[in-house]
Design a protein around this ligand. Structure first.
Ligand code: ADP
Ligand code: ZN
Ligand code: ZN
Length: 726
């Protein structure tokens, strides 16, 4: 070895974040050494066990911290040609990991496209070439509509006030147009600026993407990219790289996009902000909507004030320039609504449907409540509703019937011996699907042919109990038999639910036939309530919505109200001239305040009532909660683990424990799935900060409890902070 080599052979000590399984005991970054100088945020390849994995340089250490070179492995190489992930991105990841009680590595690596680790520097450099068309300063060539007074007012207000904005506007009030204009303004102001538009899983339709691409076509191709789970790994990598390099000016994505690397982010839009699909349901169970608000504040702070943000709360501080966030909905989450009541968010209201001057196109449907107490017993469709549907068919109009239960019947039963179609692996019934004569478990997927006779007693007369969409479709065909269209041709009934849309492209083609007027009556689950604009539908009916009124899930009424409001929004947009559209609701509780508010299309009245109930019960947004779930082969073990961990927390007087209430462990609603027993423990507090401190301190205690001999057989456990359903 000559002297020159010795001089340049320096060793740097760095902490690298890698994907570690949750609760493996490795929560934070791992220390590596490197012969190369590296910067925080850089992507590197490092050895982990026997594998080579992708990592993010988290910090450069001042010294070895007592480690000898033999105790730390070497970084294998950096992904050259890729700019480091920004400090803001790293802060966002750190906050997400801390708040939702996951490891840094799990959050950081899940936010990166998996294909990154397979790329060589050469490939990266090639992919990162600037797009051919450079940013044009020209204005959009697209012909713009004239904004309504409400749209104009909303846009003016957005410029004046930088607080997070709740855009409260009914379906068809022109919210998307407001997003487009707000984005256009931000993009025109700053040639580097980037915009993130988030939509619920189900709404990311090619049509919406086309609308954005068309509006921003003048920026050049490749400037508008999509980021969602439906992309191939290669497409996802391409979009991610474009966003990270600043090439993509607008990213349109689902919840995963909230953690995309966007170095110049200036506006975030969260459309249908109340949608439950914004909450991730596995791994780090984050709320992409809440993170969007947090991220906007973080991005704003970086450009305006270097002060360290308070990372223990989502309450944002106004920033003079920074990054705006718009949350849009016709039926906002009660959390966001409450934030506007106390002034943390500003509220922008758009009452009017576009074109409401034209009565037929714009007016909201009349809501008709059918009191099922006064209808023939056990009828599925009340006679007046049936008559109304028949009338629509005769007039050449379409009807849409909702039932939130797919399959033919939820249970198959024997009336002789009491046998029911239970799933042998789950504490749930298997659903009868008549079309292929199967019994299918909607929880574990276990599927069998329907038995010829009762497995219990041999009785051949086993019968379906209850009604799903498949049976409703069949029943409707019987009830409407003989009714014809105006031209005398036979009527067409169609069904859209998870079963009919399993194949790629099936949903699109089914929707297309509805749009083309080929279908007279459409039966479906909530899938059809969302996001589709059916112009010729003049009647929408909810057949059996009562379950949600008395559900143990405290958010069920909020979801029902949102769904019904959304369903009313489906009807009558652009409906044929003179056709007044109607929303029918069959209920045994017509006096329920939820329905009175629905009748008046009055979300604020619903929110007021519901918030009062929540406040009295100390529930979100007035209280904060987390769920800890455990899975084991026996219910005793799962519950025992949770109770032992809670007892340990109490015994050790963990920080915040005096302001936090852990409830005894209970079985989950579906307590057994695929032969695994599931239990949960609810933890509540009136203080978000206290709950956060407690959970952070509780994590290691849980991990230690898990190591006790009696809990070794536990399968897994995980925390869910701000859970959607309790
Ligand atoms: P939302 O997102 O609130 O449901 P959209 O922005 O999609 O509403 O608007 C509904 C329909 O009205 C769309 O077809 C849209 O192109 C059209 N629209 C929106 N704003 C205007 C306007 N100012 N003038 C005319 N049409 C408009
Ligand atoms: Zn039997
Ligand atoms: Zn099952």
């Amino acid at each position: 070895m000559n002297s020159e080599q010795i001089a340049i052979s320096m060793t740097f000590w760095i902490n690298v974040v890698v994907a570690t399984p949750a609760h493996s005991g490795v929560g934070g970054p791992l220390t590596y050494r490197s012969e190369l100088p590296l910067a925080p945020g850089q992507l590197v390849r490092v050895p982990l066990g026997r594998r080579e994995v992708l990592g993010v340089v988290w910090e450069i250490l001042p010294d070895s911290g007592g480690l000898t070179p033999g105790q730390a492995k070497s970084v294998l190489g950096a992904l050259e040609g890729l700019a480091p992930l920004s400090p803001t991105w790293r802060k966002l990841v750190a906050f997400t990991a801390g708040y939702y009680q996951r490891s840094l590595g799990e959050v950081a690596l899940a936010a990166l496209p998996p294909q990154l680790r397979e790329l060589s520097a050469v490939q990266l450099a090639r992919r990162l070439k600037r797009p051919s068309a450079d940013t044009s300063t020209e204005e959009s060539q697209a012909k713009l509509v004239e904004l309504s007074p409400e749209q104009t007012a909303a846009l003016v207000q957005l410029e004046r006030d930088t607080r997070p904005a709740l855009l409260f506007g009914s379906t068809g009030s022109g919210k998307t147009e407001v997003y487009l204009r707000a984005a256009a303004r931000v993009l025109a102001e700053d040639p580097e600026a980037q915009v993130l538009v988030m939509v619920p899983e189900i709404n990311l339709t090619p049509q919406l993407q086309a609308r954005f691409e068309e509006r921003f076509a003048h920026l050049g191709r490749e400037r508008v990219v999509a980021l969602h789970s439906g992309l191939t790994p290669a497409q996802r990598l391409k979009s991610w790289l474009a966003a990270h390099a600043g090439v993509a000016r607008l990213v349109l994505g689902t919840r995963m996009a909230v953690l995309a690397s966007m170095p110049n982010l200036r506006l975030i839009v969260v459309d249908e902000e109340h949608d439950p699909s914004y909450k991730q349901q596995e791994g780090a169970r984050y709320s992409a909507r809440d993170l969007a608000v947090y991220r906007a504040r973080l991005e704003g702070l970086v450009t305006t004030a270097p002060a360290k943000p308070q990372e223990d709360t989502f309450a944002p501080a106004a920033s003079p320039k920074g990054c705006n966030v718009i949350l849009g909905s016709a039926t906002p989450s009660l959390e966001s609504w409450q934030a506007t009541l106390v002034g943390r968010y500003q509220r922008l209201t758009m009452h009017e449907r576009i074109g409401s001057a034209d009565q037929a196109a714009g007016s909201l449907p009349t809501v008709r409540l059918v009191d099922m107490n006064h209808q023939p017993k056990h009828c599925t469709l009340a006679p007046p509703l049936l008559a109304a549907i028949a009338q629509r068919i005769a007039r050449g109009e379409q009807s849409l019937i909702f039932l939130n239960r797919r399959g033919y019947a939820p249970v198959l039963a024997c009336h002789d011996c009491g046998w029911k179609s239970e799933c042998p692996h789950c504490s749930a019934y298997r659903v009868f699907h008549k079309i292929d004569r199967t019994l299918r478990c909607h929880h574990c997927g276990f599927t069998e042919r329907v038995p010829r006779a009762c497995p219990g007693c041999g009785n051949v007369d086993i019968a379906p109990v209850g009604r799903g969409t498949e049976r409703l479709e069949e029943h409707l065909a019987e009830l409407l038999h003989g009714i014809t269209r105006p031209d005398g041709s036979p009527l067409v009934i169609a069904r859209i639910d998870a079963d009919t849309t399993r194949l790629k492209g099936a949903l699109e083609s089914q929707l297309a036939s509805v749009h083309a007027g080929e279908v007279d009556v459409l039966v479906g689950t909530q899938m059809i309530a969302k996001g589709h604009d059916f112009r010729h539908i003049t009647l929408v009916a909810a057949v059996n919505p009562d379950g949600a009124l008395f559900s143990s899930d405290f958010r069920a009424p909020e979801r029902l109200f949102g769904l019904l409001m959304q369903a009313t929004g489906r009807a009558g947009r652009n409906a044929a001239k003179g056709a007044q559209s109607e929303m029918w609701v069959q209920t045994f509780h017509p006096q329920h305040p939820l329905f009175s508010a629905l009748k008046k299309h009055d979300y604020p009245a619903f929110a007021e009532q519901e918030l009062a109930d929540r406040e009295a019960a100390g529930m979100s947004p007035f209280g904060f909660s987390a769920l800890v779930r455990a899975e084991a082969r026996s219910q005793d073990l799962a519950q025992g683990f949770l109770n032992a961990a809670a007892a340990a927390a109490q015994a050790q007087a963990l920080p915040g424990h005096d302001m936090v209430t852990p409830y005894p462990a209970v079985p989950m609603t579906i307590q057994r799935v695929a032969n695994v027993e599931r239990a949960q423990m609810l933890v509540e507090s009136s203080s978000r900060v206290a709950l956060q401190r407690f959970l952070a301190a509780w994590q290691p205690v849980m991990a230690a409890t898990r190591q006790q001999a009696e809990f070794k057989p536990l399968i897994r456990w995980a925390m869910d902070v701000d859970p959607l359903a309790i």
